[in-house]
Ligand binder design. Sequence first.
Ligand SMILES: Cc1cc2nc3c(=O)[nH]c(=O)nc-3n(C[C@H](O)[C@H](O)[C@H](O)COP(=O)(O)OP(=O)(O)OC[C@H]3O[C@@H](n4cnc5c(N)ncnc54)[C@H](O)[C@@H]3O)c2cc1C
Length: 497
Amino acid sequence: MATKVLIVGAGPVGLTLAAELHRFGLEVRIIDKQSTPSPQSRALFLWSRTLEQLDRLYLSGEMVALGRKIRAVNVMAGHSRIGHIGFGGTDTPYPFALLLPQAQTERLLIEHLAARGVFVERGTELTGFEDSPLGVTVQLRRETGESGQITTDWLVGADGAGSFVRRALGLSSTGAALQSDWLIADGTLEGADLPADELLSFWHEDGFLGLFPLDGGQYRVIAEIPHGEGAQAITPDLAGMQSRLETRGPGGLRLVAPSWFSSFRIHERNMAEYRLGHVFLAGDAAHVFNPVGAQGLNMGIQDAVNLAWKLALVAAGTANAEALLESYTAERHVAAAQVVADTGRAEAVALLRSPTLRLARNLLGGLFFGLSPLRKSVAESLAQLSTGYGQSPLNGPAAAPVPGPQPGERMPPRANEPPIGARGPRFALFADPSRPVLALHQEFAAMLEPTLRPPPKSGGVWLVRPDGYVAACGADDELTRLADYLRRFQTLGELVG
Ligand SMILES: Cc1cc2nc3c(=O)[nH]c(=O)nc-3n(C[C@H](O)[C@H](O)[C@H](O)COP(=O)(O)OP(=O)(O)OC[C@H]3O[C@@H](n4cnc5c(N)ncnc54)[C@H](O)[C@@H]3O)c2cc1C
């Protein structure tokens, strides 16, 4: 029998996708060419929206217990604090950034899958594939030297920044190919009197410097080397890091006994298409960001959540395959383009070389970050709470404007309610239980969660997708429009045509 979905790559993105697809009842295989998981901490931050989504796997509680809550980001220029962005005012059960090393995130996902009988096939490399109208024929090579061929309905390349799948598809990327090198070290910072639950992000004309508190009084220090310094890869060394700490930081800090030292090069990119035929890209295979905003891993997990329910509905035959699967690129490419634009703007402001412009930036930055709505907006954007799909071809009507989240926007999760989509790839209906609402609920029982949820504002009805974004909404006397939406959703060709 053909595998339904073959996932290439057991990084955080491939693992999340495997967990989502498995709980939606699809037959899934996940392979990785490495024989063991990577022990490196790499990405450190899980943002609020990621924790909301991983709640559907009931993993967020354990992650929060293991990680460190970060309450605010300080934007600094030398000694001066330009801005203090707190996460406390955001409308989420997770009003903080969670500092959890990537190896731990991956371990929890691997254990979650293993407990459900899904095991990563390690030492197994994808070496080729061919797509056809009937599915994908895939060549695999094991580290023991054997090779073989399998067929799969869908192939997902979650195989990282150097993705084999992306290169084999020959798709193009959009935007400037920005390149920068980064030095990264975990160690003790002598002379540091820094808050244990806040990040420091230093803006300097030579490049960004970040100081992140780790457990046991340790810090992660990360310094950008803009690519103007030459094509040679940067060699990680203590003296180089110390000199950047002195020039860009608050002064008086000394990095000692680093337990981990590394350097890496980023080629920022966002693929124009995340899908060709039966083959998809997700995570770093689809997009790589400048690490300034620490969005890479989190965006990849959102790709997995976005794709999983669509594949599940198409596999179940409840939705028009082509239009639903096409919406994956339409939604996730645009979300990634927004991150590229935001980090590009932040980078341009951070690296200002003119002393006059820098002075103006520091003064205006103080004013900007002094305004609480603007601070909140930056916090929501970093936490990916304001990321949505306002332009999605899947959006239905917001007939009479009802106060509350609009089509394409996130429906904020509420305490004491199961996460949307936790019980399968079903839409949630938020409405007061009137007779017409109950009739609608019954008519579309196969597509809807079994229980109605209270609406965010009485007098309105919200239909929410399995990934927690509003599909359609309206006043409660406009139910026929929602019924039309659900009917047309089953034949999505009409909806997007
Ligand atoms: C040093 C470093 C520091 C970083 N710091 C941050 C940070 O602070 N914040 C942040 O958000 N991001 C950071 N990142 C980026 C972050 O780690 C990535 O965004 C994240 O790992 C992407 O996950 P992924 O699952 O898409 O890909 P990956 O984690 O790269 O996983 C891809 C997997 O695919 C496997 N694979 C590749 N090719 C094949 C093949 N042909 N067959 C089978 N398997 C294959 C690989 O072995 C790998 O396990 C950092 C990265 C590095 C290297």
